[in-house]
Write a protein that binds this ligand. Sequence first.
Ligand SMILES: [Zn+2]
Length: 79
Amino acid sequence: MDIRSCPKCEAKWIDGQHYWHTGALGDPHDLAGLVCNNHGDETCINPCKGSDSGDTWEKRAKFIETKSDDSESGITDIL
Ligand SMILES: [Zn+2]
């Protein structure tokens, strides 16, 4: 079994499959967008570092905005 962990974001790769440091199954593209692209340096071992095809904080912020729009219209509905 080949286990590697990133010294930067503590993500693990077990036989080529990425796991978050919590042990949850991960996506290296999400990891890149959320952690490695912003905080990674040459010590980061994420093979997808630099990828923007995964989740990013920008996308998450937009998601949260959309969500709060929903709840605002929900409040308007109640009023
Ligand atoms: Zn990393």
